[in-house]
Design a binder for this molecule. Structure first.
Ligand code: ATP
Ligand code: LTN
Length: 337
């Protein structure tokens, strides 16, 4: 009997350029574990349009993110990488799940409440964002959903929707689990080490290392990183040491070394200058080949399109039959049956 692999589903928004935190907190782990399980990685453009986007920019960012994921090492022979809007089952599944989701569950979502405060006009799509996310996950019978801590509540809601549907219409969905990476995987802003590095702030000079920055720019941003006036190079929970802690965390995540090994590596360093130089070196070494592969792929649009078409086809072969199953359960007439 062939072993059934556990299913993994995760999504990333094509908004803004991919930064070091996305890479170390999400993408690097996806690449390392892609052969262990059956993985689906989705570029969630339908989620991106829940807030207003410039159409040309969204198109560019979507292709760019796809090229970046392949360049970082996601291999179409081992996992499925696709664009959400290429597989119509997602929007359809969202509608079907909308009809079993109480409105109050959505109005309680903290990300929604935060975004509402920051916007003048709020689309219905923004309120419905978590149901689309539930459809993404449930259509693939995913067991595991690797996400950042900020998405925990959305995965909880997905579980609630799955359980409610199973209760109303019989066992249909796997109830998924969020897989949150250890806290160490959280990369903080270089300019402000107490807030997380994020794509939407990546345009602020000195905030982030963008994966597409040229090496000189990467070195410059890291050398300018905010630290403190001390000189001890150790991991520390002390908020005053957040800058050094962050640089060490980046070093640790890239080199895959233990806390002790990292501290040992800097035992004879002469202050933070040495730390920054070494961190910049490993960052450039890690990202340079990714950047090169990225530009090769962006130059070969045909190849990129083929890779995405293959991903969409694989994704549809799983999610379309699932949509039919949902429809059948809910009493919709399936054409030809
Ligand atoms: P935005 O600024 O648009 O919210 P973001 O940079 O925070 O973007 P997301 O698209 O929300 O990124 O997340 C993509 C993935 O990257 C998620 O798995 C998230 O947990 C991870 N991630 C984002 N920022 C960091 C960070 N600073 N450290 C570790 N992981 C991160
Ligand atoms: N909301 C997520 C992106 C996302 C996702 C998903 C993650 C959309 N659909 C399904 C995991 C599974 C975010 O903003 N990081």
């Amino acid at each position: 009997m062939t072993e059934v692999k556990r299913r993994v589903f995760s999504g990333i928004q094509p908004s803004g350029s991919v930064q070091l935190g996305n890479y170390l907190g999400a993408i690097k782990g996806w690449v390392e574990r892609q052969s262990e399980k059956e993985n689906f990685f989705c570029i969630v453009d339908l989620h991106a349009i829940t807030v207003q986007q410039d159409p040309e920019e969204l198109r560019r960012e979507t292709r760019s993110l796809a090229a970046m994921l392949f360049a970082a090492g996601l291999d179409p022979d081992q996992c499925t990488v696709f664009v959400q809007s290429h597989v119509t089952a997602h929007a359809e599944g969202c509608w079907l799940l909308n009809c079993v989701t109480p409105l109050g569950w959505l109005e309680r979502m903290t990300q929604y409440k935060d975004k509402v405060q920051r916007q003048e006009s709020v689309s219905t799509g923004l309120l419905d964002y978590p149901v689309l996310m539930a459809a993404d996950i449930l259509l693939y019978d995913a067991h595991e959903v690797p996400v950042g801590d900020d998405q925990r509540q959305h995965v909880e809601l997905t579980r609630d929707i799955a359980q409610r549907f199973n209760h109303l219409y019989g066992e249909t969905f796997v109830v998924p689990e969020a897989v949150i990476p250890e806290v160490g995987a959280r990369v903080m802003g270089l300019d402000e080490p107490r807030v997380k590095m994020s794509k939407s702030s990546a345009h602020i000079r000195g905030h982030a290392v963008n994966l597409l920055d040229d090496p000189k720019e990467m070195v410059r941003s890291i050398r300018r990183a905010v630290t403190d006036s001390g000189n001890e190079i150790r991991f520390s929970e002390d908020p005053a040491k957040a800058g050094v802690n962050n640089l060490l965390g980046i070093y640790k995540a890239i080199t895959d070394r233990t806390v002790e090994e990292c501290e040992e590596d800097f035992a004879s360093a002469r202050g933070y200058g040495d730390l920054k130089s070494r961190v910049a070196e490993v960052v450039v070494e890690e990202l340079q080949p990714i950047r090169e592969r990225y530009y090769e792929l962006m130059d070969d649009v045909g190849e990129l399109e083929r890779m995405l078409a293959r991903g969409a086809e694989q994704a549809a072969s799983v999610s379309e039959p699932k949509v039919e199953e949902i429809k059948r359960r809910m009493g919709l007439v399936i054409a030809g049956e």
